[in-house]
Design a protein around this ligand. Structure first.
Ligand code: GLC
Length: 733
């Protein structure tokens, strides 16, 4: 995000005309609140629903008589800088009030959680990352920006780029997995897609990279929990994606809920001012997470809300999401001098800069004809892109005896409640999809012309029907069991202590397998599951995640062989939950895990991943040979030949890893340094080249300094983080 000199001058002129109250108003973000219809505060009503004092039906009836407060009067009075609304006509109304009825006519920046699509929902991020397709990452982000603007949203609280290594944490579903390089490339592509198409103000939004920082390292995978780590781990694992996003010009950043080494990110001056705004050069602004400034009291870092507000402002938190603490306390604190005017002016300058960059002062409105167009349906190109994203995000984990693909001549018994529920295909953080756009696995198979009979038999919650499972096996040639998690079992506040298939789904699989008929498991889930038992007993497993509105089309195409799965895991899968946190880029230790006793292992489970980062099978096979490496100037050039040795066309994702064998800090046994999608026809071979700058071979030390150290390096090119061709080089820098 860069401003012209003229735009910068506009911001300064406007800032110079604002009162202190109007400045603080820009730092305040509101959400529509629910008012009326009940005689207790809304928060109490939610408690009553949560603890069962009122039923869902009673809650619905009460809410039906309530109304939304869109804070029109606060907007008129200049007390609101941002709203969170996703209705285009409401947004047009609010912008009109802001532009025509407030004293200075400053438009609203309107944000919403558009994490993996607005109405055209594409796969959850952990799934899309399995495509290793930067072009896809960028295209889906651009689609999300276009649909956001068509609904009056000009700010996406995306991309979520928290590296995550512990699949007990429900928000692993929202980010690009465990690897800092894949996360960085994902972040760059998403920022480009969201922000860079200025051919029309309706084609770009402000991105909001989140959550800064290390939220994915929450202890024991429990959401909102404390995080602590060395400076080198912070810089080598959790900061790279944010650095990349800043280099791509991300307009805004959302601070994370967690404390890092004892200081909540929300009031962490070192993170916000020294690293994010200083070292990384953020041009736009920082917004808190929802209620996070207030929560600094619970953290025990602030005595009261006033103290929390002062700390946040001084730490570089520019906008308050939803607590009103800035609105209520900053004026007095500025007048007392505890919050200097230059702190407030800096925050407001950053906020106004993003609004100017978005073109909101010229025209923040959505044309009526555009609103009407989406009411008629989705653009076909958007649906097609959702289908492409779904196709590329599936990962074939196991396929014994080439059980897959199936043929249309086979009688398929489709089993599992998830298979016939279009409400479950979009996964966590998808709030604007319409049921008529969503395709379930069952609908996809029927539309694809498969001979399919459907037997619910049960799902992630509640009972299973074993007799129905027996009936499903009677006349089938093959059974396809769709098992996994509901969309509510991953995402925010969805940590699990047991990441095996929830409910009695394993029992259902056992019953199906007892029939002796071949069973295919299709997984619909938002996190790496502990699949040790399934891997041992189920002959074919297709990881289908929550693939978005066209999930059913993609799964059907993969099962029937119209699409050859090409995805590779963005996160490691454990045998058992007790292995978490689990990740491929781990240090060797002095006693690397092995089968012998006195090594880094467990007595009761394997020590390494069931399915490692980068793993993914195909309906064809690929062979790698003739790996070469040459030092050319300040780069290393790697070449390798890849051949399709099977009978079907396929796409292989070749991966380049390195190991810094001996350094001043222990380094991971493998680090992804590049990847490439390679399409190959049967029998076809291609020579691919990776060019790696020498300065990419370094790491950050415990002072946060980047180090390039002479020594021995091992480079591997292959189909996953566990196998490939290797070369060693001794390098001096
Ligand atoms: C939530 C999430 C954050 C989201 C925000 C607004 O608590 O942590 O990712 O953008 O609130 O909905």
């Amino acid at each position: 995000m860069t401003l012209t000199q003229e735009q910068k001058q506009f911001v300064e002129d406007l800032l110079g005309r604002m009162t202190l109250e109007e400045k603080i108003g820009q730092m305040n973000q509101e959400s529509p609140s629910i008012v009326g219809g009940f005689d207790v505060p809304f928060s109490e009503l939610i408690e009553m629903l949560t603890d069962g004092r009122i039923s869902q039906e009673e809650f619905g009836r009460i809410m039906a008589s309530a109304k939304q407060d869109l804070h029109e009067d606060d907007i008129r009075a200049g007390r609101v800088g941002s709203m969170m609304v996703n209705d285009p006509r409401q947004n047009n109304t609010l912008q009109k009030i802001a532009m025509e009825e407030s004293r200075l006519g400053i438009p609203l920046i309107i944000g919403f959680d558009v994490i993996h699509g607005f109405r055209s929902v594409f796969p959850i991020a952990i799934a899309e990352a399995c495509s290793f397709d930067d072009d896809l990452f960028e295209s889906t982000a651009h689609m999300a920006a276009v649909e956001s603007r068509a609904h009056g949203i000009n700010w996406n609280f995306a991309p979520m780029i928290d590296a995550a290594r512990d699949s007990r944490w429900g928000r692993v579903s929202e980010g690009p997995g465990e690897d800092p390089l894949l996360g960085s490339r994902f972040a760059r592509a998403k920022i480009r897609g969201l922000q860079n198409d200025h051919s029309s103000p309706l084609n770009y939004v402000a991105a909001c990279t989140k959550h800064f920082v290390a939220y994915g390292a929450c202890e024991s995978g429990r959401d909102y929990n404390t995080t602590s780590m060395s400076v080198s781990q912070l810089y080598n694992v959790y900061l790279p994606a944010f650095r990349a996003a800043m280099e791509e010009g991300a307009a805004t950043v959302m601070a994370a809920f967690n404390d890092l080494n004892g200081v909540p990110c929300t009031v962490n001056r070192h993170l916000l001012r020294d690293i994010l705004k200083g070292e990384f050069g953020l041009e736009g602004f920082v917004v808190s997470d929802a209620n996070a400034i207030r929560e600094c009291v619970s953290h025990g870092i602030a005595e009261d809300e006033r103290d929390a507000g002062v700390q946040a402002a001084l730490a570089g938190m520019d906008m308050d999401m939803g607590t009103h603490i800035y609105l209520e306390h900053l004026k007095a604190e500025a007048e007392k001098g505890t919050v200097p005017m230059e702190v407030i002016d800096e925050a407001v300058r950053r906020i106004l800069s993003v609004k100017v960059w978005l073109g909101l002062f010229e025209d923040p409105f959505v044309p009526e004809e555009l609103i009407a167009a989406y009411e008629k349906g989705l653009p076909e190109a958007h649906v097609g892109l959702c289908r492409r994203a779904a196709n590329e995000s599936m990962v074939l984990l196991k396929n014994d005896n080439h059980l897959l693909p199936l043929s249309r001549g086979q009688k398929i018994s489709l089993v599992g409640n998830l298979a016939d529920n279009p409400d479950e295909v979009c996964g966590a953080w998808a709030m604007a999809w319409k049921r008529e756009d969503c395709v379930s696995v069952r609908a996809g198979l029927e539309a694809a012309g498969a001979q399919v009979s459907y037997y619910p038999c049960g799902g992630p919650e509640g009972e299973i029907d074993l007799e129905e499972a027996d009936r499903a096996c009677e006349n089938a040639d093959v059974i396809v069991a769709v098992v996994g998690e509901t969309d509510a079992m991953s995402g925010e506040a969805s940590s699990r202590t047991d990441t095996t298939l929830p409910g009695r789904q394993r029992e259902l699989l056992e019953r199906l397998l007892r029939s002796g008929k071949p069973v295919v498991a299709v997984l619909m889930n938002g996190r790496p599951l502990a699949l040790g038992w399934e891997a041992e007993h189920v002959p074919a497993i297709l990881e289908a995640w929550h693939l978005g509105i066209r999930m059913g089309d993609a799964v059907a195409a993969a099962l029937l062989g119209d699409v050859n799965p090409s995805g590779k895991l963005s996160s490691s899968f454990p045998y058992v939950t007790g292995q978490c946190p689990l990740y491929y880029n781990h240090p060797s230790t002095g006693r690397p895990g092995s089968k012998s006793k006195f090594t880094s292992r467990y007595l009761d489970a394997p020590w390494d991943a069931l399915y490692p980062f980068g793993h993914g099978l195909s309906y064809t096979s690929f062979a790698y040979d003739d790996m070469q490496v040459h030092k050319i100037g300040q780069c290393l050039e790697f070449t390798v030949r890849i051949r399709n040795t099977g009978e079907r066309a396929g796409t292989e994702i070749a991966q380049l890893y390195m190991q810094d064998v001996s350094a001043s800090l222990v380094r991971p046994v493998r680090e992804l340094k590049d990847y490439r999608r390679v399409e190959l026809k049967p029998g076809e071979e291609k020579k691919i080249t990776f060019v790696l700058p020498l300065d990419a071979l370094g790491f950050y030390d415990n002072e946060g300094k980047y180090r390039l150290e002479d020594g021995l390096f091992r480079f591997t090119i292959g189909p996953s983080s566990r196998e490939g061709l290797s070369k060693e080089l001794r390098l001096t820098f």
